[in-house]
Every structure is written in structure tokens, then in C-alpha cells.
Ligand binder design. Structure first.
Ligand code: RIB
Length: 312
């Protein structure tokens, strides 16, 4: 993976987080204990995570011309994320995500993607020079599929490595997404939905990851929640356990992982080293409330976690 900026092509949402005694059931009105508003969206979260670790980051996204869009734009700037390719539209509201979090840190998320749906293939083409100069391009599935596909295709044409985080979960992905993603980074439910198989044991997870690789992606980094992650590529399967932490809020933990993975890979780390470090940072993120607000800055992390690798 060549060194260069992290370019994230994806969604930005305004997260409206309610802390509740348990996740509500259909038809139920539930008292929450507290509320927090924050900047979210899987793409935006991953971009901010990489920036907090010190990467140069460029975001390709679309926001509404509303107060949430203004705030999100300002937040990108405040976090050091380049907004050259952050577009605005008055044809839709900015993406929003009402989120409920229970006392165990588990969540339920609704996304209303709004302006994110209007990011176009043309706008990805406009970002081609940034994509061509990237160390790694990172995509998810919160914007139109053809736009994600265009970003991955352009990166491949320009010889730039890609990470696809197939979230939110879908049952099927177009073949070209597997073919143009160098690293597929799903969690357990996303993996099961894509393959139809179980991921309860490491053996099962390895089998399902191999099935995904057979569809065209060179490497799979499967995140396993509190169990850490599993890297499966041509070198075999390696489980990288996570540390035990006190879980407060798991919202955005997958994004903390993917953003950190992109940061370390763009910095020249090998895949297993990058995944192990990303796992530790994702574990730290679940000990705090909110999405981006729970992501640690480089200055808050133990130096050895950020130290250059032997290949640097
Ligand atoms: O992965 C967490 C994110 O999912 C939240 O920030 C929310 O906006 C949704 O996109």
C-alpha cells in the first residue's frame, strides 16, 4: 500500500443519540435517560478517526444546505479533514441518524440518508486526482451503490488500494465491488448476511471470509466485536484478539476500526499489524459515549500503539 492521504468516499449524518434502559420494541414509547447530538455517518466517522490519528484525510460526500450540513462541514474542518470534495445540495436535507443505546452499550440505528443519496458518479470523477494521489481509498454502503462502485473502480484504474466496509449490511453486493475492493472489512452480521453462513466460531468465520475472498477481494478483515478481528488473505488466517474493556457505547466502533486501519495502512504498516492496532483503538472507542466523540486522538494513545513499524 503506497503512502499518501486517506480518501474517504461516503456518508455524513447528524447522530441523535438517546440512552435508554433497553432497546424499544414495536409500538412502544420509552423514557430515555439522556440525549447527545454528534457528528456521524460511517464515512465521516472513518475520515475523522484517521484524521485524529494524524493522517492527511480528504472526504468525498454530500451535505444539505441546512444547519446540520453547516455543522458537519465545520466539524470536518475542525478535525482537519479536507472538504474540497464535500458538496452541498438544497434538494435534500442532510443525513440524520436517530440512535438508541442500551446500558450494555448495544445500539439500534435508523439512517435517513437524505443528501447522501444525491452524491453522484460525476462528483466521484471530479475527485479522481485526489483518489489517484491517495494512499488508500475507503468506502462503505451508505451512499448509492453505483457511486461506491465508481470510487472503487477509479481507485483500481489509478492503482490505489481500497478498503470496502460493507455497512450497513446487505444480502448481496454487485460483483464489481468484490473485484475492486482490495480489503473487505465486514462485521459478523454483515458477513453472515453476505454469505448466508454462521460466524460464531473462528473456524466458521474463517470459512465465511474465504467465501468472500472467492468473490474477488484479496483480503478480508472480519471484525468480531469484543473478540477482536480476523485477517484472512493469501498468507492464511490470523485471529487478533482484543483487550477486555468496560463497554459504554459501541456506536461507531466499526468506524473507529476502519478509520484506524486506513490510517495505519496509508502509513505503510502491513495488514496484520494495522488490523491489530485498529482493534485496540476500536476497543478504546467503546469506553466512551457517542460516535466521533468517543474516538481517541493520537495524543491520548500509548506511544507504542502509534510507533512506526519495522518496515517504516
Ligand atoms: O456506524 C455508526 C454510524 O452509523 C452512525 O454515526 C450513524 O450516523 C450511522 O451512519
Amino acid at each position: 500500500m503506497s503512502r499518501g492521504p486517506v480518501v474517504v468516499v461516503g456518508a455524513a449524518n447528524l447522530d441523535l443519540i438517546s440512552y435508554v434502559p433497553r432497546l424499544p420494541t414495536a409500538g412502544e414509547t420509552l423514557h430515555g435517560s439522556s440525549f447527545q447530538m454528534g457528528y456521524g455517518g460511517k464515512g465521516a466517522n472513518q475520515a475523522v478517526m484517521a484524521a485524529k490519528l494524524g493522517s492527511a484525510v480528504e472526504m468525498v460526500a454530500k451535505l444539505g444546505t441546512d444547519v446540520f450540513g453547516d455543522g458537519t462541514h465545520d466539524n470536518f474542518r475542525a478535525q482537519g479533514v479536507d472538504t474540497t470534495h464535500v458538496h452541498r445540495t438544497d434538494a435534500a436535507f442532510s443525513g440524520v441518524a436517530p440512535i438508541a443505546v442500551d446500558p450494555h452499550g448495544a445500539n439500534a440505528i435508523i439512517i435517513v440518508t437524505g443528501a447522501n443519496d444525491l452524491l453522484s458518479v460525476d462528483e466521484i470523477e471530479q475527485a479522481r486526482p485526489s483518489i489517484a494521489a491517495a494512499g488508500v481509498v475507503v468506502c462503505q454502503l451508505e451512499i448509492p451503490l453505483e457511486v461506491t462502485a465508481a470510487a472503487l473502480r477509479i481507485a483500481r484504474e489509478e492503482g490505489v488500494s481500497t478498503i470496502l466496509n460493507p455497512a450497513p449490511a446487505r444480502e448481496q453486493l454487485p460483483d464489481e465491488l468484490y473485484l475492486h475492493a482490495d480489503i473487505l472489512c465486514p462485521n459478523e452480521p454483515e458477513t453472515s448476511l453476505l454469505t448466508g453462513g454462521p460466524v460464531e466460531t473462528l473456524e466458521q468465520a474463517t470459512e465465511q471470509a474465504q467465501l468472500l475472498r472467492e468473490r474477488g477481494t484479496a483480503a478480508v478483515v472480519l471484525t468480531l466485536g469484543e473478540r477482536g478481528c480476523l485477517v484472512v488473505d493469501d498468507h492464511g488466517a490470523t485471529a487478533l484478539p482484543s483487550e477486555d474493556v468496560e463497554v459504554v457505547d459501541t456506536t461507531g466502533a466499526g468506524d473507529a476500526f476502519v478509520g484506524s486501519l486506513a490510517h495505519f495502512l496509508a502509513g505503510g504498516a502491513d495488514l496484520r499489524d494495522a488490523a491489530g492496532r485498529a482493534s485496540r483503538i476500536a476497543a478504546i472507542s467503546v469506553t466512551g459515549r457517542g460516535t466521533q466523540s468517543s474516538f481517541p486522538h493520537a495524543a491520548d494513545l500509548p506511544p507504542e500503539l502509534l510507533a512506526p513499524t519495522a518496515s517504516d
